[in-house]
Design a protein around this ligand. Sequence first.
Ligand SMILES: [Zn+2]
Length: 184
Amino acid sequence: MTYNFIDNAIASATSPPPFDIPCLRFVEASLALAHSQISKGPVKPKFGGTLCGVYLLEEKIEGGNGAFTKYIHNMDYEPTMSVGMNGYDIAEFLVFTQHVQYCKTGGLVIISDYQGSRTLLTDPQILTDPSVGGGADVFSEGNLESTVALFEKHHECNRFCKWPGFGLKQFGSPVTSSHESSAL
Ligand SMILES: [Zn+2]
């Protein structure tokens, strides 16, 4: 959804954006069910025996530990690293994707806990507005619903968000509160 939005915006813009668009996706994943091998006949049933294990298999993220980066912590609205540090450009782009998701879902859903390499992401957290679950537990206990409710207050638009070709309503303002100033 986010890349469709980006591609459509760039295709209809009068000039290209002054930045490259990082190319990321989530890993391929599937469930593997293990069954015990109990079979008396010559032909083993496809799903014979008792279910004895369920495994989540994910595409391997190459590059070792050094390639793996946490870009945005769950509940946070900004990159985990400072400007100029390794991975900041990706994290900044992912902050922008949250803005797109928020707008395209009418303020109902964003993805957080972004982590992985420079091309592959894994283990995200889906965050939803309280109205989405209707009181039910959706997307597990990491779904801290106040994060979406407070998105417009805490998200700070970056160079991706601000490109006029995307036509996004701008959120956030420069850091001026006494609390945040004293922390610097
Ligand atoms: Zn923004």
